[in-house]
Design a protein around this ligand. Structure first.
Ligand code: GDP
Ligand code: MG
Length: 433
């Protein structure tokens, strides 16, 4: 299979978005992927600021580290190789619209032994002149809410505006923090491109930390909203850092024939890449997505995508409480689908297509046991949204399992040769033969 970027969220006019559910489902519910944890690295920010270009270096690192298992550190590639993957382009028009994922999930094992898949997410150029506030908010919201590592790609500096774009999430974070365990988001990395004051703050993570410290300082006389925003950025993310990238050189920035060859890129940019990329993607630095301190599995992501798209497509910008509600629902729905999967798998072993007929009272007993196991799985998950919400989902689950049982029982009856053949005479004939 060739790997490419797949569009999973596309604008559909009228400031709404459609979710390409089929594609997303193929990616997230593959047998070898669906039960893995997820490291979702997303790059967001204004258009034409080198997001896709950067992601292609991420791809190189991932391919090198997780597909080839090489450890000699030469993942950047060779001098004359062009840079491929997510499409990046010169010119001033937007290139990426909506949200794209790389079609190949990279498999890794965290230090605690947990199996994860690493997914890369490229987003529409947000905050540009063509998009409305709402379009921006939708794409940015999906990146923030769904990723475990949000790379906020900024040009030249961290400005007040850049911080303000985070406000919706900080408001959400405020509301969420009372209702969930742990912090709402994992890692935020401000990535400043074309940093041109290395004498004030050095390129890389150290200089980035100093700059961020300055920008997030709460000062007397600062507007109350701004103070609140600054306080919450740190509180809402488990980790919040900043990295200062040097300018990649004029060929990268202005030459229309530039194809991404390393030999055309300034060495200090490449050095910074060598510091930055492993910081995000080396096995020991991977950050898996959690919600309410629960690991989010690949297949759960599908529920979160669906819920969030739905509320962001509703007319106005959703309130933080609405986002919280959607999160809680997706959270319950994930617990529900896991329980229902347990039921299906266990019942398959008892009375699946290839299994012989089983006496109805035996089947009833087995169903009882399996149903209890499935419900126990649902009950033992830490869920958001309170007892009332989980009770609603639990009864929906019971109904679903009962319906499945009715079908299984009917199917089992279909295997009953005595009944199919009907009359005792036929039965006798068979016995004699
Ligand atoms: P995106 O819209 O943010 O995804 O931007 P692209 O990755 O498509 O890149 C847009 C243009 O910026 C391309 O011509 C790249 O060569 C160039 N570019 C990539 N990285 C940088 C950078 O760090 N600084 C500057 N000035 N240009 C860059
Ligand atoms: Mg792009």
């Amino acid at each position: 299979m060739s790997n490419n970027s797949v569009q999973i969220v596309a604008p559909s006019g009228e400031h709404t978005f459609i979710l390409n559910e089929e594609v997303l489902k193929n990616l997230l519910t593959r047998d070898d992927v669906k039960d893995c944890g997820v490291v979702l690295v997303s790059v967001a920010g204004a258009y034409r600021k080198g997001k896709s270009f950067l992601l292609d270096f991420f791809l190189r690192y991932l391919d090198y580290t997780y597909n080839q298992g090489n450890g000699d550190g030469k993942w950047l590639g060779v001098a004359e190789q062009s840079l491929e993957g997510f499409s990046w382009e010169g010119g001033s028009d937007r290139h990426t619209t909506g949200i794209h994922l790389w079609s190949q999930p990279f498999k890794a094992t965290l230090e605690n032994g947990e199996k994860v898949v690493i997914l890369l997410m490229d987003t529409q150029g947000t905050f540009d002149s063509e998009s409305t506030v709402k379009d921006n908010a939708t794409v940015f919201a999906l990146s923030t809410m769904l990723s475990s590592v949000l790379i906020y790609n900024l040009s030249q500096n961290i400005e007040e505006d850049d911080l303000q774009h985070l406000e919706l999430f900080m408001d959400y974070g405020c509301v969420a923090m009372d209702k969930i365990e742990g912090k709402p988001f994992q890692k935020l990395l401000f990535l400043v491109r074309d940093w041109s004051y290395p004498y004030d703050h050095k390129y890389g993570i150290q200089g980035g930390k100093e700059l961020l410290e300055k920008r997030l300082q709460i000062k007397d006389g600062q507007h109350e909203e701004l103070q609140k925003l600054r306080k919450y950025i740190r509180r809402c993310f488990e980790e919040c850092t900043c990295f200062l990238m040097p300018h990649p050189g004029l060929k990268v920035a202005t030459d229309p024939k530039f194809k991404g060859k390393l030999s055309d890129i300034q060495p200090e940019f490449l050095e910074s890449l060598e510091e930055l990329v492993p910081m995000v993607l080396a096995p020991e630095n991977l950050v898996a997505k959690t919600i309410n301190e629960q690991k989010v599995k690949a297949r759960d992501l599908l529920n979160y995508f669906t819920s969030y798209i739905e509320i962001f497509n509703s007319e106005k910008l959703p309130e933080p409480t609405t986002i919280l509600q959607a999160t809680a629902e997706a959270n319950n729905r994930s617990a529900m689908s896991e329980a229902s999967d347990i039921y299906k798998t266990l019942m398959e072993e008892i009375c699946g297509g290839s299994k012989p007929y089983i006496q109805p009272d035996m089947l009833d007993k087995e169903n009882w046991k399996v149903m209890n196991k499935a419900l126990h799985s649902f009950d033992s998950k830490k869920k958001m949204g309170g007892i009332e919400m989980s009770a609603t989902f639990r009864s929906e689950l019971v109904k679903e399992l009962e319906e499945m049982y009715t079908q299984l029982a009917a199917h089992n009856e279909g295997k009953n040769v005595y009944r199919i053949l009907g009359t005792p005479i036929v039965f006798l004939t068979i016995m004699i033969l």
